[in-house]
Design a binder for this molecule. Structure first.
Ligand code: PFF
Ligand code: NA
Length: 446
């Protein structure tokens, strides 16, 4: 992308669609429900929502603001803004660590994108039809135990991402986001409706919203905060990069509120679709990353029109995963393009191939490398934990400290269009609540 003619989003709606395309993805539908299940339910959900509101929202605004003021890629934007604020250039690390995070996340994200592709095909072949929990479990475990199949799914998914990013058609996706995201929402609601017919909907509601604080510990709180960062695509420079294309007139707080509400609603509805099926079939709440792949096929296999609904659902899930994955590859590609003599296509191939290679290590964690451990985690869990729980929150922490403490306060107040009370709240949140929230969560998890 040329640094000289820094184009802008054509409208606030376009921007919302792009940001939502990045935010809404596997994090909402695949990851959120299984983390809720693993972490004991409502107490996790509550902490997650608090993190979204008190940490995620201000950091999202901070990242957009940095991008819009910097009018450049994340690393350069941070370097320039630091300079004009009389701060050392080292602040550009905030931009660079985000790019590293995006690379690490995409490697394992693509593996799950591959699962989604495989399940799209499995719906068409009627593999779910009339199956019970055991049959569906076998299908899932068969996939996990087959490295060749996982590699195929991961490779096809990465090829799609690379193809789209190489051609630079990222912006053309907004129209698709606009029609396909609502369709995915409708399908989730159909699944919630199915959940209501199982007789276990109330149980699911209680599990998700009636907290048992006995289940809370530092680890659960850290997981909830990490998920808040992951789901909003924070701490990766992505939102900063998006902000650099944002017109001056766009109200950052309102826009952040819209994107966050959309993202949060999708996650909660996904949970409400999945947990009734878990309870109705006596499945394990802590099924981990396999949770949606052992629950939703049961619903599709046993309801009218399930073949077509299953096909549509996994197709749309794959699409949602693609729009997020594209937003993950883009900053890595721009980084390579700017720092090497490579062309756009060359940079995309290099960045994509590196991500693909790391993804192979991640997918082998489910089979032949299952006992290869790094600090006690298999490769997949290591990549996930390192990024979600540490890299993203740390990067976001520095972004909010930078905006809260180092940028000129009056300028930020005007830019956020805040009145007196609003300005006081923003100061409180950006200087204290959000940064201290992240720090307290880190410390409590030790
Ligand atoms: N927010 C995406 C999701 O919830 O699926 C995942 C993601 C996309 C994370 C882009 C980070 C990112 F930069
Ligand atoms: Na998300």
């Amino acid at each position: 992308m040329s640094k000289l003619s820094h184009a802008q989003w054509s409208s606030r709606l376009t921007f919302i669609l792009a940001a939502t395309g990045s935010a809404v993805g596997l994090g909402n539908i695949w990851k959120f429900p299984y983390m809720v299940g693993d972490s004991g339910g409502a107490a996790f959900v509550l902490i997650y929502l608090l993190c979204i509101a008190l940490v995620g929202l201000p950091i999202l605004v901070a990242e957009w603001l940095i991008g819009r003021r910097g009018q450049n890629n994340p690393a350069n934007a941070m370097a320039d803004l630091a300079k004009s604020a009389g701060q050392p250039r080292i602040w550009m690390i905030v931009g660079i660590s985000g790019i590293l995070g995006a690379f690490l996340i995409l490697s394992f994200y693509s593996v799950i994108g591959g699962w989604s592709l495989y399940y799209t095909l499995s719906s068409v072949t009627g593999a779910f039809s009339g199956q019970d929990a055991d049959g569906i479990g076998e299908l899932f475990n068969g996939m996990l135990g087959n490295p060749g199949l996982l590699l195929l799914g991961h490779s096809v998914f990465m090829l799609l991402v690379i193809g789209i990013v190489a051609r630079g058609v990222t912006k053309g996706l907004e129209g698709a986001v606009r029609t396909l995201m609502p369709a995915l929402g409708v399908l989730l609601l159909v699944l919630v409706g199915y959940g209501m017919t199982t007789g276990h909907f109330g149980e699911a509601l209680g599990f998700m919203f009636n907290p048992d604080f006995g289940a809370l510990d530092g680890g659960v709180v850290l997981a909830a905060m990490g998920q808040a960062f992951f789901t909003l695509s924070l701490g990766m420079g992505i939102m900063m990069a998006y902000g650099s294309y944002l017109g001056k007139e766009v109200n950052l707080l309102k826009t952040a509120r819209t994107v966050i509400i959309l993202d949060t609603v999708v996650a909660l509805v996904a949970g409400l679709a999945i947990f009734p099926i878990v309870f109705a079939n006596g499945l394990d709440l802590d099924s981990g990353p396999g949770l949606i792949f052992v629950t939703l096929p049961l619903a599709f296999g046993n309801m009218g029109g399930g073949v077509i609904l299953g096909l549509l659902f996994f197709l749309l899930l794959t699409f949602a995963a693609l729009t997020s994955a594209i937003s993950l590859l883009e900053p890595v590609v721009e980084f390579v393009e700017e720092r090497t003599p490579l062309s756009r296509i060359g940079s995309t191939l290099v960045a994509g191939a590196a991500t693909w290679a790391l993804g192979i290590a991640a997918l082998l964690a489910f089979n032949v490398w299952s006992d290869v451990l790094i600090l006690g985690f298999n490769v997949f869990d290591f990549l996930d934990t390192l990024t979600s729980k540490y890299l993203l929150p740390l990067t976001g922490l520095f972004a909010i400290i930078f905006v809260g403490w180092l940028l000129d306060r009056e300028g930020v107040r005007q830019e956020l269009q805040l009145g007196d009370t609003g300005a006081k709240i923003w100061t409180l949140v950006s200087r204290f609540i959000a940064p201290l929230g992240v720090i307290v969560v880190f410390v409590s998890s030790l």
